[in-house]
Ligand binder design. Structure first.
Ligand code: ZN
Ligand code: ZN
Length: 477
């Protein structure tokens, strides 16, 4: 019983498959579709095929430990303790027959609860559900059907013994022992005595589960054996009074473990057996935190993994169009475009990203994005002049005057009507003078500002700075 795993999460069982692409996807790769609809393959956009949720259920042989814990959940534990207390009380009623009758009722109630455990587990409830008022009274006939079933199997075996002798009867006995769990499972799911006795139906259940069915049967008889050994030990270790309480408790405990196990096998094979379950399985292996949370981003990851980079880029663009605030998509798109050498698109997306960040007043991040774009493309510049000035100011503050000066070069030819040019150029002049000691270039720029923007509010400051430069130059001479 190999579990089909996801191509991209090799430890996670797959839920969907694309046959043309030959890819299996887990539920983390594909967003769950609308009811009655199949999800689409992120690579080829065809409908995916369901692998059945049975593929997601952890095989019972991987969770044997949990089987033994099941009766210790509060609901079954309290149930068993109440039964013990009532049993003790009933046994001490000094009216013969009457106390036996009450004890018999108690046994029926325990058997009924075992069926409830089987049915709930088969529906995918791996933690016991609370016991409601109807839980134990609805279909209370089930344990009687079970008893009738045992009688039926017994009499079949006796008849065979009478007709064919002990050899054949022994074989029949073994077959009955093998069929008994399947019969119990059919009775639990169908609630029909005749269906539970129908050899064709029993055979179908065994055939569909396959070899794991026989492992389960082996396990059930091992559990019976374990219960007997434990009880044998207990009777020697404690006083008879305590021993009888412990015997009843261990009997109930192993009974619930076994019915939980049979229920779980039904749950695990519900697809094969054609049962629908209430609780759809989630991936049984804890999935490591995925890098990306949203389903559409997962799809782009898959496209990239499949080498479909152009399609992935297109998908990223669609994501950004619908959710401009998806910073992760924007960053990943830029990286992808660099990888693909798509310079024109890189410029457009980079500029768009920076404009978005300015709109959100995130100038620090915008500066970082600019630097990354610049590292890839020496010609890259933000689209708007005010963005260039703000980023240059940020860069200057971070001690990156050279990048800032380059960024502001030619502002007046590219954006002749931008009214921030005098201030930007004054900043450039200051950087040239202070960081690069290039006084002559600084003076040229200041003179340019004074010539072309004599009435601008910044002109006075430019004039003042020019005077300072001249004075310093005079002192040095
Ligand atoms: Zn996956
Ligand atoms: Zn496909």
């Amino acid at each position: 019983m190999a579990v089909v795993t996801c191509k991209y999460h090799v430890k996670t069982p797959a839920r969907w498959a694309c046959e043309p692409c030959q890819i299996n996807f887990c539920i983390d790769c594909i967003d769950s579709p609308a009811p009655g609809k199949l999800p689409r393959c992120p690579v080829c956009d065809r409908n995916l095929t369901s692998l059945g949720s049975g593929n997601l259920v952890m095989p019972y042989w991987h969770r044997l430990g949990q089987m033994f814990i099941y009766p210790f959940y509060p609901t079954p534990l309290v149930f068993m303790l109440v039964v013990l207390a009532l049993g003790y009380g009933f046994a001490n009623i000094p009216i013969p027959i009457f106390n036996l009758l009450l004890l018999l009722v108690l046994i029926v109630v325990v058997a009924k609860y075992a069926y409830v455990v089987l049915q709930d587990t088969a529906q995918g409830h791996l933690v016991p559900l609370p016991i409601g008022s109807e839980t134990l009274t609805d279909d209370i006939i089930l344990p009687f059907k079970q008893t009738a079933l045992m009688f039926a199997f017994g009499s079949i075996n006796f008849t065979i013994y009478d007709m064919f002798g002990p050899g054949v009867a022994l074989i029949a006995y073994i077959i009955i022992l093998l069929a008994l769990p399947a019969s119990t499972m059919v009775l639990a799911m169908e609630q029909s005595f005749f269906k539970a006795l129908n050899p064709a139906l029993i055979f179908l259940v065994i055939k569909r589960i396959g070899l794991p069915y026989f492992f389960m049967v082996g396990l059930l008889y091992l559990l019976t054996l374990a219960a007997e050994i434990l009880q044998g030990l207990l009777t020697h270790m404690v006083t008879p009074g305590v021993a009888s309480i412990l015997l009843i408790f261990t009997s109930m405990y192993f009974f619930l473990v076994m019915f939980h196990l049979m229920g779980y096998v039904l749950y695990q094979y519900h697809d094969e057996l054609g049962y629908s379950v209430e609780v759809e399985a989630e991936a049984h292996v804890p999935v490591g935190k995925l890098e990306i949370a949203s389903p559409e981003m997962r799809a782009t990851e898959i496209l990239i993994a499949e080498g479909k980079n152009q399609e992935a880029a297109l998908r990223f663009e669609q994501i950004i169009q619908t959710t401009p605030g998806n910073i992760e998509a924007r960053e990943r798109l830029l990286k992808l475009l660099r990888l693909l050498g798509e310079n024109t698109q890189h410029t457009r997306q980079g500029q768009d990203f920076i404009s978005y960040l300015f709109h959100e007043n995130k100038i620090g991040i915008a500066t970082k994005v600019y630097q990354e774009c610049l590292a890839y493309d020496k010609e890259f510049r933000p689209a708007r002049p005010n963005e260039r000035v703000e980023i240059a100011r940020m860069l200057r503050g971070n001690g990156q005057a050279k990048t800032a000066v380059t960024l502001l070069g030619n502002l007046h030819t590219e954006f002749p009507s931008f009214d921030g040019i005098p201030a930007a150029y004054l900043m450039v002049a200051k950087m040239l003078c202070e960081q690069f000691s290039d006084d002559s270039k600084a003076r040229q720029i200041l003179q340019f500002v004074l010539k072309y923007y004599p009435n601008h509010e910044i002109a006075a400051e430019a004039q003042e700075y020019l005077t300072v430069i001249d004075k310093l130059a005079g002192q040095q001479r």
